[in-house]
Ligand binder design. Structure first.
Ligand SMILES: [Zn+2]
Length: 451
């Protein structure tokens, strides 16, 4: 019978806690209604805004919450309390769980190959404009509370000289385009991070952060690399990590081993634990791994990603193969028998690139629903949606133009400019192939034991 008393008591207890802390949320809401602009202002160490958690340890990068609508009040069946019928209030008013919901959106590689540049050059203003790459997917990207991409090229700007494969350097205007497209997080841990050495890393971070984008995976100092990144949206705290398998044989700068975050199982598991301790409700890992152009994850990918989920990560968002690989759902059972869900997408493919053929011009927008029950103090990974995309490349005034299209929607509307009507059946065929591949591993959850 003890548990029957606990529910209303715990509601009261949480209400008291919330009552004491809510002003810190409401006080930070900017006027003017909800906005998708992330408040990318790190609070001072210890300036945690969440309600249940102890202050974050020093060195935690806490990104303050965006303006949030009031938490949804989910009606739950009231359990009789200790005094049963004597408590009139409990009889008339069912106990309510405070629940907030948010959505994570992740996409694959942002590539900048040389053919992508001339058509993006605005000769009148002598600058690049990449906004049109993202115009058609912007309405989707903007829906994400956390919306992240893997930037697979330094954007060191003109000073470093522009270059394509194998050692990239792209115009810094890409940072502005990513921001305008609706992203609020850009990860940089990938094999091209060091293409232009430490200067490239430095300048890339400066340009991205100037746009208010939150970065992860490369760093200019040991302190920056060690900072825990927790980003709060809708009163849910996401811990973020990013790693790459390597840097194309380019060694890490001397005396700066922190420049790019490399895959190291033990270090990753320890990072997950640190984020949990610092109050993260769930943890997302951007993982640059796998074999290029392989359409299925290999054993090493599966082992690593599952190990991270078993160790406490909730979402693994993979990239690098330049083609889409499937996603899978994991069910992790703890020693006490409780379970939680995790999700791994092995590769999200190219989001934008000049690569064509063999589905290299296709990618996926990956959406994961997150829900936090503040009353129970539990965060769950909900539905997973995969939206296939296609990079439409066409010529305008003799120059290549690029546009990322939501594939299904574009086929249904038959609205692609400068595209032959005979091409739609091919697109439909490719969409079917992609969907089949994406969903080929998710029919049954993978059973894991919590580590
Ligand atoms: Zn890569």
């Amino acid at each position: 019978m003890k548990s029957r008393y606990w529910a209303p008591l715990s509601v009261l207890f949480v209400c008291l806690l919330l009552g004491g802390c809510l002003p810190s949320f409401t006080g930070q809401r900017p006027a003017g209604g909800p906005s998708k602009t992330p408040a990318a202002v790190p609070t001072s160490p210890g300036g945690v805004t969440g309600q249940h958690n102890a202050p974050a340890p020093e060195g935690t990068e806490q990104y303050e919450p965006e303006p949030v609508p009031e938490p949804e009040q989910n009606e739950e069946q009231a359990l009789p309390d200790k005094k049963g019928e004597n408590n009139e209030q409990a009889k008339q008013k069912p106990a309510k769980a405070v629940v907030t919901k948010a959505e994570l959106i992740a996409v694959g590689d942002i590539m900048v190959h040389m053919p992508q540049l001339p058509g993006a050059y605005d000769s009148k203003h002598k600058r690049y404009r990449f906004d049109h790459f993202f115009k058609e997917v912007k309405p989707v990207l903007e829906q994400g509370d956390w919306s992240m991409a893997n930037l697979e090229a330094p954007i060191g700007g003109k000073a470093l000289g522009y270059s394509g494969f194998p050692r990239f350097n792209a115009p810094s205007e890409m940072a502005e385009a990513l921001k305008k497209a609706g992203f609020n997080i850009v990860t940089n841990a990938n094999n091209h991070a060091l293409d232009r050495g430490f200067a490239g890393v430095e300048r890339t971070l400066v340009h991205l952060q100037k746009q208010g984008l939150i970065t992860k995976g490369t760093a200019r100092s040991a302190a920056e690399a060690a900072k825990l990144t927790i980003i709060e949206r809708q009163k849910i705290k996401m811990g973020l990590l990013a790693y790459t398998y390597g840097t194309n044989g380019i060694p890490l700068p001397k005396n700066k081993p922190y420049t790019v975050s490399l895959i190291n199982e033990n270090a990753m598991i320890s990072d997950i634990a640190k984020l949990r301790k610092a109050g993260a409700d769930f943890i997302t890992i951007a993982l640059h791994f796998g074999i290029e152009y392989e359409t299925k994850p290999n054993e090493a990918q599966k082992q690593l990603a599952r190990k991270l989920i078993a160790a406490g990560a909730d979402i693994v968002a993979g990239s690098h193969p330049h083609v889409v690989q499937p996603f899978e759902i994991c069910e992790v059972t703890a020693a006490d028998g409780t379970t939680r869900r995790g999700v791994i997408i092995y590769s999200m493919g190219n989001f934008i690139s000049n690569q064509r053929g063999d589905l290299k011009d296709y990618g996926v927008i990956f959406k994961v629903a997150i829900e936090k029950n503040h009353t129970a103090g539990r965060t769950t990974i909900g539905s997973v949606t995969a939206i296939p995309t296609w990079v439409h490349r066409y010529k305008l005034h003799g120059l290549y133009r690029y546009s990322i299209l939501p594939l299904e929607q574009s086929i249904a509307k038959r609205s692609i400019p400068a595209f032959p009507s005979s091409g739609y059946s091919t697109l439909q065929h490719q969409l079917n192939r992609l969907n089949k591949r994406l969903h080929s591993m998710s029919a049954q959850p993978v059973q894991l034991a919590a580590q």
